[in-house]
Design a protein around this ligand. Structure first.
Ligand SMILES: Cc1ncc(COP(=O)(O)O)c(C=O)c1O
Length: 414
């Protein structure tokens, strides 16, 4: 079994940060989301499919910054257009720069639901904008939601600091449970502005779920029946499942959809796209504006990222890598004899430990992910991983071998 990593610098920086920043680190990057004491807390640099922490430990980065890294870290061709824009033109102006139109045209050409497009910065910006557009379009208030849609008031999971009236019109249903949505629509359908759903199910710390046959079609039919705007939250699946998103793979076209994360290989940009009729309310009835929304560095980065994705057939190759990796890991998990489950093939690989009454599954999970990080594979115990184009066959072989060894190490505990 691999020995404990040296993490002194990470831990010193963390101690320092505790005095400077509430909780030292924001949100999902806090140590308790990993295995405290075993995972690094600060990264120093990254290249391709690998990342190095402040203590000099190198890892195969299979969390990919929680999704944005689709090609690889420090992708020169993309960084070059950003630097060029910065050096030769500038990027933060009182008016918009023209590449906005080019990027919007590209999005409309690629994404089945896209007739119009607007750009914001984060996934949360985009889901909130989509909900506002849906409310503006329908003149209704209620929202049916399914999945994580970000940190804004209407949908954040932790309700501290948020008046109840800001989320009391938002009703949750579970992924793949069409009956639950049907019940919500029977009860509130006449006041339902939007149904927002991730096309793939990825609840935190639970197995990744593909849509059951008919689920997405059923969601669309219910939204249509009650006159609600159907929104696909493609923040994770966009520019990863296909150039047209998961909607293209599954053949179900929503009214609106939101994209972010992978669309610019790490640069902060997101988009709301959709039917002209619905999107048009953002021309007058609904206000969407922010100082940084039109900044162009991330727009040129998105254009270059999409160009590379198309030109080099990146997403097909990521899928092939993911298929080979996931087939292998699935077999390793099945043969291990450990109570572990594998899901998310081929693009969102995740090893989970089914919940039991006692807390043994938590011990197995902590020990498994401890053994992985010690061997140099960066995955998250509560969140699925990702495959990047720059992961080499050797990287993925190494990761699969590390998973096998980590599971083997659990046998004494199981
Ligand atoms: C499906 C989905 N929607 C929305 C968001 C929010 O995006 P952001 O963190 O960029 O605000 C996320 C972030 O993980 C996400 O996975």
């Amino acid at each position: 079994m691999a020995g404990k990593l040296s993490l002194e610098k990470s831990e010193t920086l963390y101690e320092e940060a505790l005095d400077l920043i509430p909780g030292a680190i924001l949100g999902i990057r806090r140590p308790y989301n990993f295995v405290p004491g075993e995972y690094p807390i600060f990264f120093e640099s990254a290249q391709g499919g690998r990342v190095t922490d402040v203590d000099g430990n190198e890892y195969i980065d299979m969390l990919c910054a929680y999704g944005p890294i689709i090609i690889g870290h420090r992708e020169e061709e993309i960084d070059r257009v950003v630097i060029d824009q910065m050096t030769n033109k500038g990027f933060c102006f009182s008016l918009t720069q023209p590449m906005q139109n080019e990027l919007a045209r590209k999005m409309c050409a690629l994404i089945p639901s896209a007739e119009m497009c607007l750009f914001v910065k984060t996934g949360s910006d985009a889901t909130t904008t989509a909900v506002r557009i849906a409310r503006g379009y329908t003149g209704r208030m209620k929202v049916a939601r399914c999945g994580y849609h970000g940190w804004h008031d209407w949908c954040v999971e932790v309700k501290g600091g948020i008046p109840k009236k800001l989320y009391e019109d938002v009703h949750e249903f579970h992924y793949n449970e069409l009956d639950e949505l049907e019940d919500l629509m029977k009860q509130y359908g006449d006041d339902m502005a939007a149904v927002i759903v991730t096309p793939v199910g990825h609840p935190l710390a639970e197995k990744v779920q593909d849509p059951k046959p008919g689920f997405l079609e059923g969601v669309k039919a219910l939204a249509e029946k009650y006159g609600a705007v159907l929104v696909f939250d493609e923040i994770r699946s966009g520019f990863r499942f296909s150039l047209g998103g998961a909607q293209k793979v599954y053949g179900v076209t929503p009214d609106l959809s939101v994209f972010g994360k992978a669309m610019a290989n790490g640069y902060p940009i997101s988009a709301v796209v959709g039917k002209k009729e619905v999107m048009s309310v953002a021309a007058d009835r609904v206000f969407i504006s922010s100082t940084f929304f039109p900044n162009s560095l991330e727009q040129v980065a998105a254009l270059k990222t999409i160009e590379i994705l198309e030109r080099d057939r990146v997403l097909e190759k990521v899928r092939e890598k993911g298929e080979a990796f996931c087939q292998r890991v699935e077999a390793i998990v099945a043969e291990s004899g450990v109570a572990a489950e594998f899901s998310g093939a081929p693009l969102l690989p995740f090893i989970t430990f089914p919940k039991e009454k006692d807390s043994r599954y938590k011990t197995l999970r902590a020990e498994f992910y401890t053994q992985l990080i010690r061997q140099g594979v960066f995955l998250q115990p509560y969140h699925h991983g990702y495959i990047a184009y720059r992961h080499t066959d050797e990287d993925l072989d190494f990761a699969a071998g590390a998973i096998q060894e980590a599971l083997h190490g659990l046998k004494g505990l199981a």
